[in-house]
Design a binder for this molecule. Structure first.
Ligand SMILES: Nc1ncnc2c1ncn2[C@@H]1O[C@H](COP(=O)(O)OP(=O)(O)OP(=O)(O)O)[C@@H](O)[C@H]1O
Length: 301
């Protein structure tokens, strides 16, 4: 039996349209499934936990939505052998990108049915699991601001979702103030003046393909950290296109670090966003939760 979790709202209604295509295929192929439409992350967590406690042989929990919807089921799947299947229907879809899950519904359904379950790490922040990356500071403020702005819906409607982030970036470039950040990584403490952002990653990309920690691997028991500090607003603006290819790691104001546990403190509170969702504010501690999740991936991977 497969459990489908559908967020109709993801990608401006894209979640619902994807589900309708998947539903037809499931019926045609007589694949047994149960369906839950979820309205909020809390409801999703509670319903999935309840469903998985039923005496049923669950083959996978399939999420139809984006990274935020996946985030909402992680507490229920963490430490379980029931794998996560991803049918991408978000605007960013970095989880699908990391595990080479195709974006076409028929192909991602095929991965759910015939793929291999791979064991991967999660990032744990005060017990809250994240699968992609934790954005702290400037990048987190962009995500949070854009999520609450009218122009996000408008841009999504026109299928130019990334334009909303460019507007958000410009807005925050004017208003955001960098601050001193103290990082403690596996017990070693370092200070960074004028820090704009600290990204703690489990996979290479976040924000819809921004390769913030290009070396990150989800099964190495290590978190990859990218710190952007002591640069001008213009340098920061010019850095963003280079993040798409991961070339920013060579810039003098970008520091890359690795570790299993990182504590982030900042002069003033910075937002911490995991999988695009508001998780916490600084001070925070993020640690690797090794092998905590199984994900269905294409066989050849
Ligand atoms: N299980 C859920 N059911 C309903 N709404 C949810 C659920 N999980 C998260 N949400 C809310 O729906 C919003 C959109 O979901 P999601 O993040 O999956 O799609 P997206 O923003 O289009 O894609 P992406 O995160 O890949 O950019 C989230 O920001 C969150 O507020």
């Amino acid at each position: 039996m497969y459990l489908f979790v559908v967020n109709k709202k993801s990608a401006n209604g894209g979640g619902y349209r994807t589900w309708k295509q998947i539903e037809t295929m499931l019926k045609h192929r007589r694949i047994p499934y149960k369906l839950i439409y979820t309205e909020s992350p809390d409801q999703a967590q509670a319903l999935v936990t309840e469903m998985l406690s039923l005496p049923e042989e669950w083959r996978a929990v399939a999420v139809i939505g984006g990274d935020g919807t996946i985030h909402s089921v992680l507490p229920a799947l963490r430490g379980q052998t029931i794998p996560l299947a991803v049918i991408p229907a978000g605007s960013g879809n970095d989880t699908a990108r990391a595990f080479h899950i195709p974006f076409k519904p028929a192909d991602s359904l095929d991965v759910m049915l015939n793929g291999t379950a791979r064991q991967i790490d999660l990032i744990s922040t005060s017990g809250d699991p994240t699968v992609t990356a934790l954005a702290i500071g400037f990048d987190a403020e962009i995500a949070h601001t854009v999520n609450n702005r009218w122009y996000k819906k408008f841009c999504n409607m026109l299928r130019i979702g990334s334009v909303a982030y460019i507007i958000g970036l410009l807005e925050l470039l004017v208003t955001f103030k960098p601050a001193k950040v103290t990082l403690s990584i596996d017990g070693e403490t370092k200070e960074y003046d004028d820090t704009w952002m600290t990204a703690v990653s489990n996979i290479p990309s976040y924000g819809g393909g921004m390769r913030i920690c290009p070396q990150a691997q989800s099964n190495d028991g290590i978190l990859d950290i990218c710190i952007v500090h002591r640069c001008t607003r213009l340098q920061l603006f010019r850095m963003f296109p280079t993040v798409l290819s991961g070339q920013h790691v060579n810039l003098p104001f970008v520091t890359m670090l690795r570790g299993r546990t990182v504590t982030v403190q900042s002069e003033r509170p910075f937002l911490g966003i995991g999988d695009g969702e508001l998780v916490t504010t600084t001070p925070l501690t993020a640690s690797v939760d090794e092998g905590a999740l199984f994900v269905l991936c294409p066989k050849e991977d």
